[in-house]
Design a protein around this ligand. Structure first.
Ligand code: SAM
Length: 312
C-alpha cells in the first residue's frame, strides 16, 4: 500500500482499497474491500465498522495486500474467501462450483410459492430405485435438482421445506463434494442425497418427483467473449457454457423432465436473458403441462420458467 506513512486502521484501509478497486475497474469495489478485509481479520462486515479505528498488524496488512492483488487480476471475491451468501445462508464455494447468484433466489422462491403447504397425499408414487433413504414410509415428498453446483438451491429448498427429501444430480465430482459439505454444515444432509450423473440419465423415467428445479448452463456462444474476466477465466466452463444458442442442455432436459414428474408436480427452470420463450415452447411441445408461467427477477428480466405437470 503506497502513500504517506500513516497508521493503517480498518477504516483507512477500506477507503484506500475501495478507491484502488474503483481505479482498476473491480466490480462492487466497497463490498469487495469489506468482504476481503473481514475474511482476513476473521470479523463480520458489521464488526469492521464497530472497530473502524483498530490498526492492522503488519501480518494482517500483508495477507490483505495479497488478496487485493489477486482480486485486481480478476479472481472473484467468493473464491478468495471460499464463501458466498445465498438465501441468507453461508455456502462454501470453490473454483469447481459456480458462485451462486442473487437472481437464482427466484428459482427457490418460485417453487416455495407453490409447494408450501401442499399435500400430495395419495397421489405420491413409491420412491425411485436407488434413492435409498428416500424410500421411507411417512415422508412421501420428493424433490430433484439437476446441476446442483455448490448446493445453494437444493439446500435452500431443503431448509425451507422440512417435510421434503431431495435428490441432487451433478456432473462434476469436485462440485458434488462441496455440495455434500454444505448440506452437512447447513444441517440438511439427512434429507438431501447427491448423485453424480448426466442430466436425467441416472434414472429410469417414472413419476418420482413432486418438484424439480434446474439452473443448467445457459451462456450462448456469442456471449462468451464478452463475459467479464472474473467469470470467463475463473468460474467452471461446464457450469456456464450452453452451446450455440445457450440451450444445448436446457432444451433436451425440458423435453424429458415431464417423464420424471408426478402428476400435479412442479418444474422450475432458470433461464438466461431472451431464452424464456424458447424454453416455454420446449415444455409446451411435450403437452405434459397444464400451465406454464414466466417469472421476472428483481431487474425485470424473465428468469424462471415454471410449469405444473398435468394432474392425473
Ligand atoms: C449454472 S450452474 C448452477 C449451479 C447451482 N445450481 C447454482 O444455481 O448456483 C450449472 C451446474 O450444472 C452442472 N452441469 C453441467 N452439465 C451437466 C449435466 N449434463 N448433468 C448434470 N449437471 C450438469 C454444472 O457442473 C454446474 O454445477
Amino acid at each position: 500500500m503506497a502513500g504517506p506513512p500513516q497508521t493503517w486502521t480498518i477504516l483507512a484501509v477500506l477507503k484506500w482499497t475501495t478507491r484502488y478497486f474503483q481505479d482498476k475497474g473491480v466490480s462492487e469495489p466497497r463490498a469487495s474491500a469489506e468482504v476481503l478485509l473481514a475474511h482476513v481479520l476473521g470479523l463480520s462486515r458489521l464488526e469492521l465498522y464497530l472497530r473502524h479505528d483498530q490498526p492492522l498488524t503488519p501480518e494482517e496488512l500483508a495477507a490483505y495486500k495479497a488478496l487485493i492483488r489477486r482480486r485486481v487480476r480478476g479472481e472473484p471475491t467468493a473464491y478468495l474467501t471460499g464463501h458466498k451468501e445465498f438465501w441468507s445462508l453461508d455456502f462454501l464455494v470453490s473454483p469447481a462450483t459456480l458462485i451462486p447468484r442473487p437472481e437464482t433466489e427466484l428459482l427457490v422462491e418460485s417453487l416455495l410459492e407453490v409447494l408450501r403447504g401442499r399435500q400430495f397425499g395419495a397421489e405420491v408414487p413409491p420412491a425411485p430405485p436407488g434413492a435409498g433413504e428416500q424410500n421411507r414410509p411417512g415422508i412421501p415428498l420428493l424433490g430433484l435438482e439437476v446441476g446442483v453446483g455448490s448446493g445453494a438451491v437444493i439446500i435452500a429448498l431443503a431448509r425451507e421445506l422440512p417435510r421434503w427429501r431431495w435428490l441432487g444430480v451433478e456432473l462434476s465430482a469436485p462440485a458434488l463434494e462441496v455440495a455434500r459439505t454444505n448440506a452437512a454444515r447447513l444441517g440438511v444432509a439427512p434429507r438431501v442425497q447427491f448423485i453424480q450423473g448426466n442430466l436425467l440419465g441416472f434414472l429410469k423415467p417414472g413419476p418420482w418427483f413432486q418438484a424439480v428445479a434446474a439452473n443448467l448452463p445457459y451462456v450462448p456462444a456469442r456471449d462468451w467473449a464478452t463475459l467479464p474476466v472474473e467469470i470467463r477465466e475463473y468460474e467452471p466452463r461446464e457450469a456456464l457454457w450452453g452451446g450455440e444458442d445457450g440451450l444445448a442442455l436446457v432444451k433436451p432436459f425440458c423435453a424429458e423432465v415431464h417423464r420424471f414428474l408426478a402428476p400435479g408436480g412442479w418444474l422450475a427452470v432458470e433461464v438466461g436473458q431472451g431464452q424464456a420463450e424458447a424454453v416455454r415452447a420446449s415444455l409446451s411441445d411435450t403437452r405434459a403441462y397444464e400451465g406454464i408461467a414466466t417469472l421476472r427477477d428483481y431487474q425485470g428480466i424473465p428468469r424462471v420458467v415454471r410449469a405444473r405437470r398435468q394432474p392425473a
